[in-house]
Design a protein around this ligand. Structure first.
Ligand SMILES: *Cc1c(COP(=O)(O)O)cnc(C)c1O
Length: 367
């Protein structure tokens, strides 16, 4: 079984995002191994399609992109007490900081290396997750100003993240915008002039041009999944999760299929065995409720999804499905959103699911 990643879809989606971004530059978010699509390959495809920068969560992810030869600006923004900031400084990775303690740790790394760190301030404008909260902000700014004056830090940007971007009309978006503008003004009062400011994720990029500022930071939309269900914006899913039929067999009426015989064949039928299970990212709670696309039609899973395999019903198999045929678990059709609906989650989690034994293959792009 494999995920097939269409790099032409990444380029297509990037073009749509750039149209929406207007004059703002685009930072392609490739955290979590490019939402499980491959950070290096997606990062390269995004840059080739006009993204200016890459964004990831951790220093480790950023350093991996550098090691792969990517020279574009890379920002990382989530750190813990044992984060290796020296690795970030050495690799010329921009560090998004959320506290004075992080700033001090970055300072130490810059001193050790004898080389300035590039720092961006993440301000908390109401998500209350990472980012500098209002009470800590003045001390962050005075500390930062000192480090800039000492030549230990290059101050690059101020950014923030939205809580309700998937509801474009939600008043919290305006509230966060107002707090963001205030935070920028406060930094300027401290003599800190950001080169750029940014707050928009995919949803805001596609629906709120007033939040584009200097740069937008789309993730999910670049992978072809709409952050706003019901409007696809012309995006094309880049990931197809597929597996080859391992066995085709007859099952007699009255026979039960898979553990616990949750499904009993109501009549003589033909089934196909798909060698992918919950260890590979096929969620067991979907048992009996999802279809794969196989032999030109949707085929319902029957019986429980197991660790390594599940079964689909082919009925009389008029389509002539054979061993070796490819079943699409999700991609253009069925869509990751259908899995998300069944699982009461979001498609972000669905594309992050394929793992372990699942191999990855790239198509399209200029490789
Ligand atoms: C993940 C993330 C993004 C991208 O969000 P999408 O909803 O996938 O577009 C942008 N900015 C930050 C800070 C993030 O953590």
């Amino acid at each position: 079984m494999e995920t097939v990643i269409d790099l032409d879809a990444i380029a297509h989606n990037m073009r749509i995002l750039r149209e929406h971004a207007g004059d703002a530059a685009v930072m392609a978010v490739v955290k979590a191994d490019g939402y499980n699509h491959g950070a290096v390959e997606v990062g390269r495809a995004a840059l080739a399609a006009g993204a200016a920068e890459l964004g990831v969560t951790t220093v480790g992810e950023a350093v991996q992109l550098r090691a792969a030869g990517i020279t574009a600006p890379i920002l990382c923004w989530l750190h813990s007490t044992d984060t290796d900031f020296a690795a970030a400084v050495a690799a010329d990775v921009e560090i998004g900081i959320s506290s004075v303690a992080q700033l001090r740790a970055v300072e130490a790394a810059a001193r050790d290396l004898g080389r300035p760190a590039t720092v961006t301030v993440k301000v908390d404008t109401g998500l209350n997750r990472n980012g500098v909260p209002p009470l800590a902000y003045p001390e962050v700014l005075t500390t930062l100003r000192t480090l800039v004056d000492e030549g230990l830090v290059r101050f690059r940007a101020i950014f923030s993240h939205l809580a309700h971007a998937d509801e474009p009309e939600h008043p919290n978006n305006d509230a966060q915008r107002a707090r963001f503008l205030e935070a920028i003004a406060t930094a300027k009062e401290h003599g800190l002039e950001p080169e750029l400011v940014h707050i928009a994720n995919s949803a805001a990029t596609l629906t709120r041009p007033d939040l584009a500022f200097d740069l937008v930071r789309p993730g999910i939309a670049m992978y072809g999944l709409s952050p706003i269900p019901g409007d696809d914006f012309g995006l094309r899913p880049a990931m197809t999760f597929q597996a080859r039929v391992a066995l085709v067999k007859r099952v007699a009426a009255g026979e039960g299929v898979s553990y616990g015989h949750q499904w009993i064949a109501p009549h003589d039928t033909t089934v196909a065995l798909i060698p992918a299970g919950y260890a590979d990212g096929v969620f067991r709670p979907m048992s009996g409720r999802f279809d794969v696309w196989l032999g030109g039609a949707p085929r319902r899973n029957v019986g429980r999804v197991c660790m390594d395999q599940f079964v689909v019903d082919l009925g009389d198999n008029a389509a002539g499905v054979q061993e070796g045929d490819t079943a699409i678990l999700f991609g253009a059709r069925p869509h990751a959103q259908q899995w998300a609906d069944l699982l009461d989650t979001i498609h972000y989690e669905v594309v992050c699911a394929p793992r372990g034994r699942v191999t990855r293959r790239y198509v399209g792009g200029d490789r």
